[in-house]
Structures are given as C-alpha cells and as structure tokens.
Design a protein around this ligand. Structure first.
Ligand code: ATP
Length: 716
C-alpha cells in the first residue's frame, strides 16, 4: 500500500513512529447477474472506471452519451472478474504485515445493498487471519505473539457481541471527550490458531442479522466489526498492532414495512459516516462522530492513528445507477482523507519487563527439557533400555549419580528462582525509591515556589546548599513561616539524601545479585547437559517431566505476580499524580484567597464578573468539601481558610454558608457582601489517608505539604 504522503517517519518518545497517510480507496464491481439490466459500469484499467450516465434525449444521443459518461479514478479498481485473492493481496495483505509490526490498520466495505460487501469481507477476514498465523509461525519468536479477536454487530443502534450473542446489548462508553469509544463487556477471545479463528468467525457470522431485500436474498442488516489485536512482547514492553475489518450494512431504498426502522437506522448511521467523510476530506477542524454508534466506533479508523482502506462496492447494472453514482462519489471524497499513522508501543516499567524476561527464559528452558525428553524417548526406542553388559554395581552407581544430579538440578533451579525474585524485589524497591525521591523534589519545589525563590535567580542557583541557605537568610516572610520552611526544607533534603543513599545501595546489591544469578544459571546449564547421557528409563524421564512441571508452575506464578506488580505500580503512579494535582489545586486556592484578601484590604472591591466567579468558586469548594467530609460535615464547624482571614469581618447574614449574593447594580462588591472564604479541603488520596505521618500541615493556612514516608511506613 503506497499512500504515504509525507513518507517521513518521525519518532516521538520511546518507540512511537508517526507518518501521515492518505486513506486508500478501492472500488470493486461485482459480476452482473443474468436477471439484471444492461451494464453501465466499465472498468477501463486497474485505476479507472467509467459510469454511463443517461443520455439527454433533447440532444444528439451518441455525442451526449460520450460527454455525460463519467470517469472515476481510485487507488485501485477491481473488475467483475477479480478474484478474492487479488483483492486480498492489494488491499489487506500490507495491513496484516503492519499489524505484526504494531500498527493499526482498518478496512471497511462500503456500498449499497447487494453490491458485494459481505462477499469481499468474508474473503478478507479468513485470509487475513490465516496470513497472521502463518507469519507468526514463521517468525523468530512465535511464542512472543498473542492474537485476540472480538466481533460485534451494530443493528438498529444496538451493539451485540457476535462471539457471545447471549450477552444482550452492550453499552458504548467514551474514554474522555477525545478518547476512543469502548464497548463495555465485550468478549475478547484469544485465538490459538487459524482453525480456531475459522470456528470463531463462523460462529460470529451465524449470529449476524440477515434478511432478504429487493437487491439481496441474504442481506446483512447490521454493521459488522471484527477487531483483531496482535500483541508482541519485546524487550521493553508490548507492541500492539490491530486490524479492524468492517462490513457495513448496505443502504436501501424505503422497502418493506418491517424493515423501515432498521433501514432508517442504517441510513442514519451511513449518513453520519458520510458526514464524517465529507468533513475529514475537507480538512475540517471539527468532525462530528457523535451522531451514531458506528461513527463513534470508527473514529479511530477514520480520523485516528490507523492505516485505513475503504473498498467501495458497486453493481454494474443500469438498475442501480443512482446508488452506484452515490457510492463512487463517496469513495472519491474519502480519497482525500489523511490519517496520522502511529506505531503503538506500550512501555513496561523496568521491573515489569524483568518479569517477562524471566518468564520467557523459563518457557525456553521448559521447551528445551521437553525436546530432551523427546530425543531420549527416540533414542531409547532405538537402543535397548536394558544393557546386559552393565553390571549391577554399575547400574547402582548410575542411579546414585543420577539421583545426585537430579538434586543438584532442583537445587540450582531453586537458587535461580530465589535470586530472580531478589532481583525483582530490588527493581521494585528502586522504582519505589524513585517515586519517593520525586515526592521529596515536589515538596522542596513547593516550598521554593512558596518563598518565591524560583523567581529570584540571584539568591537561588538551583543547588542544594543555596536553597537551604536562602531559607536561613529569610525573604520577607513572617518569622514563624520562615522557621517552618527551614525545618521542612531541611527535612525534605535529608529525606532526599537518605533516599539517594538507599538507591545507591540497592543498585550495588542488584549488580551483585545479577552476577550471582549468571553463575548459577551457567551451573544449571552444565548440569542439564549432563542429563541425556544418563537417562535410560521411564522413572528418570518422569523426573525430567516433574522438573518441567515445576518450571511451568513457576512461570505461571511469575506471570500472575507480574500482572499484580503492574497494577500496583500503576496505582502508585496515579496516586502520585493525584497528590500533584491536589498540591496544584491547593496553591490555586491559596492564590485566589490571597488575591481576594489583597483586593479587599486595599478597599478596591471586585468587578461584578470577578465576584461572580468568586461565588462559583466558593460554591464549588463547598460542594467538594461536603462530598469529601460528609460523614461529619457541619457548615458551622468549618474553620476559615487561614488564621489571618479570621481577622477579617464577614457579614454572616449576607455570606451564609458561602453562597454570597451577587450585586447586579454597582459593578463592585462591598467587603461584607463577598461570599465567605472556605477552608481548603484535605486531599482524599489513598496515600494521605494511609499515613498521616507522610503529610505535614502548614500551621499558617491549613494547606498540606507532602514529605517522604518514614522507613517504617515504607516497610508497612
Ligand atoms: N465479486 C463477486 N463475485 C461473485 N459473487 C458476488 C461478488 N460480489 C457479490 N456477489 C454475490 O452477490 C450477492 C450479494 O452480495 P453480498 O451479500 O456480499 O452483498 P452486500 O453488499 O453485503 O449486501 P447487503 O448490504 O445487503 O448485505 C451474493 O450472492 C454474493 O455471493
């Protein structure tokens, strides 16, 4: 597929490549049926076709016919005699290659009812999945791939899981305003091989809604979306490619009564799709995907990071001239759409990739042992097991040696696992320390921002000492605040130094364990090499099988632990992000409060619109305070935002519980009519709830600054 417009791949961050690509548009003309009228679509070349338009009878028929006939050019045109294989090779095969390389690809079949969409897509689906499995099988590391598929139908604006039709209608949820739409509860089935896939596809196809229409005896009445995801484990994470194969329902002229509703839904969603295509092809900045479930789901395919191809289908018969013209027109507009194609790479944190490495090493070991067992079995069939030349003593000696070998293998394996676990623990610990260090940096920069040091480069050179000294030197803040800052900053620097020392120690320990592990692994490999020469009987093979089983169980256990570690790492990361947001919000609250106070102290009053914003802000603060502390909430128990604020006199009657009234007349607010200032609510993060010692409260204004957890907290 050669639609790359820029041709230049730019790398963004780790392993993400982006290129701008035009949507590929192909048109397929289905064979003319015997019962249909004359042929009006003529394929001129593999890129061009001609649509005969009706002659204008008022003029010279022959000349006019030539003038009116319309030429259409596309990336590819498939004539009536084109085979499924040709279509697959030209349109789908390149996308399958991309999927294996972590790029998303999509093909959608468009056209009127009976134009041949399902015929094409059925051919593409089975070929694409066969191709995928063949390529995976031929790759260097077939075991590093995982293929999953899901198959849905949108019928009458309801979504059904075609692989689990009993699940009823599924809900479509949005991930944020610009995020993709997700089908909640959709089954994603791990496909084992091409045969398994064929079974799944057949099952899905049987569940599709079909009826007879004027143009098709077996017309698919819903849009079918097959999604195949291919994940590949690579050194630093998982590369994921996806392939979407979409068979749209065909539009239809108003027909039988029973089909009116579905026809309306089909036409509505196709209209929404058409609108999106028009908007995208015209380079619109805003594209409305929200008009139908189909467009919400195709958002990524049409305007996202997908390499997309559209196969428009037409009938060559004169009776379908209008729908054919409209399809050809749509297809032309779609040619102008450009997508930003991206390689999807999910980076795994260091210690999680460690799990994957260990698991894949274990699996390799299992495969090696199993091959060994097979080899020994073949050998033992060829050579008689009972060797009469071996004396009884020799045989006893052999079995004693084998026993000690077995024990040595099991013991090295245990040692290996212990060391591997230790490595993972150390990685996890290092990750935790990195978060701790980040927390300390956040606390220090909080204080620095608070004392405006960041904006005074003469006093603040960014070094540890200069920051500490500048606090001691004072900066116009009150004495108690300065003392508070001095203590907190010193504490944060001390904690940071301790964290850095711990990091250094953990790194040294990691290096030591790594070397030790390497030695044990070498020893294990040597012991294993000794094995084949001694294996001669069933019981010994049993031992090998047992060792395999132990390895297998260990690999499964590690996989589970890896998943758990990934989840807990994600939770910790989010926790830290939440704390950051909280600290930012706290600062914003403080800035607003102080600015208001300054305004009021200077007797300037606030502009009406600003006062209204204050009021909204006040209500928002109260609402969040209420939800965060509603177990014991009482408006009368709320302390003022700062001690100094309590010195200001607020009119209780006009401000109430914070919902001060706005003045519509004067343009400014009198001091006693401003809404009362609310206390800053405490953060509700897990971290803050879990350990009170990790949070240090400002004595002056009830805000919070985060300090590092103590060693005892960390241990807990
Ligand atoms: N390229 C082709 N070669 C041979 N037969 C075809 C081809 N395209 C379509 N047909 C036949 O034409 C009929 C209608 O095709 P198909 O069901 O694929 O249309 P459709 O566009 O999916 O219609 P609908 O939208 O109503 O589901 C089928 O019997 C199909 O086998």
């Amino acid at each position: 597929m050669t639609q790359s417009s820029s041709g230049s791949d730019k790398f963004h961050g780790s392993g993400r490549s982006v290129s701008e690509e035009k949507l590929m548009v192909a048109v397929r003309v289905r064979p003319l049926r015997a019962d249909e009228g004359p042929r009006i679509v003529h394929v001129v070349s593999d890129k061009m076709l001609v649509l005969e338009e009706e002659a204008d009878m008022r003029k010279d028929v022959l000349r006019q016919r030539r003038v009116n006939d319309k030429h259409y050019i596309y990336d590819r045109v498939f004539a009536e005699e084109s085979t499924q294989e040709e279509v697959y090779e030209a349109v789908c095969a390149p996308l399958v290659g991309d999927t294996l390389n972590g790029i998303a690809g999509a093909i959608f079949a468009y056209g009127a009812t009976g134009a041949g969409k399902t015929h094409t897509m059925t051919g593409l689906m089975s070929r694409a999945l066969n191709h995928l499995f063949t390529s995976i099988g031929e790759s260097d590391e077939p075991n590093s791939f995982e293929v999953k598929m899901s198959y849905i139908e949108i019928y009458n604006e309801n979504i059904r899981d075609l692989l689990n039709p009993g699940a009823g209608f599924l809900e479509l949820r949005d991930e944020g305003s610009s995020g993709p739409s997700i089908v909640a509860g959709l089954s994603e089935i791990r496909a084992e091989n091409a045969t398994h896939v064929a079974e799944l596809l057949a099952k899905g196809d049987r569940s599709r809604t079909a009826e007879s229409t004027y143009a098709n005896q077996h017309s698919s009445r819903g849009h079918a979306l097959l999604s195949v995801s291919v994940s590949k484990t690579v050194t630093k994470g998982v590369q994921r490619g996806r392939l979407f194969l979409i068979d749209l329902a065909g539009s239809e002229r108003a027909g039988a009564r029973a089909r009116r509703l579905e026809g309306a839904h089909i036409n509505r969603s196709l209209l929404a799709l058409g609108n999106c295509i028009m908007a995208l092809s015209g380079g619109a900045r805003y594209v409305n995907y929200r008009d139908s479930k189909l467009t919400r789901l195709l958002r990524e395919v049409l305007g996202g990071r997908c390499r997309t191809a559209m196969v428009a289908h037409v009938s060559p018969a004169a009776g379908h001239r209008d729908t054919t013209r409209s399809t050809l027109h749509y297809a032309q507009r779609a040619s102008a759409i450009t997508n930003k194609v991206e390689r999807e790479f999910i980076e795994t944190p260091m210690h999680l990739s460690q799990y994957r490495t260990v698991i894949s090493e274990l699996r390799e070991e299992i495969a090696r042992l199993k091959t060994k067992m097979r080899d020994d079995r073949t050998k033992s069939r060829e050579e008689p097991i009972i060797d009469e030349t071996i004396s009884k003593e020799e045989s006893e000696e052999n079995s004693a040696h084998l026993k000690s070998l077995r024990e040595a293998i099991v013991s090295t394996f245990k040692q290996q696992m212990r060391l591997r676990r230790r490595l993972m623990e150390l990685d996890s610990h290092l990750l935790g320390l990195a978060l701790d260090a980040e927390r300390q940096h956040a606390a220090i920069s909080h204080w620095e921002a608070r004392f405006n040091r960041l904006y005074k480069p003469i006093n603040f050179t960014g070094s540890r000492m200069s920051t500490q000294q500048s606090y001691r030197g004072g900066g116009g803040s009150s004495g108690s605040e300065r003392a508070e800052a001095e203590v907190s900053v010193e504490q944060a620097w001390a904690e940071l130094a301790a964290v850095e020392r711990e990091q250094e120690a953990a790194r040294t320990e990691r290096l030591r364990v790594e070397r030790q592990l390497e030695q044990v692994r070498l020893r294990g490999a040597q012991l294993e090499q000794e094995l084949p020469a001694h294996i001669s009987s069933g019981p010994e093979r049993e031992v090998l099988a047992l060792v395999c089983r132990v390895h297998e169980l260990e690999a499964d256990k590690l996989a589970l632990q890896g998943e758990r570690a990934a989840r807990s790492h994600e939770l910790r990361r989010r926790d830290l992000a939440l704390q950051r947001r909280d600290a930012q919000r706290r600062l914003t609250d403080e800035i607003i409060t102080r600015q208001r106070r300054a305004l009021e102290e200077y007797g300037a009053g606030a502009q009406a619109d600003l006062a209204q914003l204050y009021e909204l802000y006040q209500q928002e603060i109260h609402a969040s305070t209420y939800t965060e502390t509603n177990e014991y909430y009482s408006p009368y128990r709320l302390p003022p935002i700062s001690t100094s604020m309590s010195e200001l006199t607020w009119s209780e009657s006009s401000s109430g519980s914070g919902r001060g009234s706005s003045s519509g007349s004067g343009g400014t607010f009198a001091l006693d009519r401003l809404p009362q200032l609310a206390p800053t609510p405490r953060p509700r993060t897990r971290y803050s709830q879990a350990s009170a010692t990790t949070l240090k409260r400002y004595s002056s204004d009830d805000s919070l600054v985060i300090t590092a957890p103590r060693a005892s907290d960390r241990a807990a």
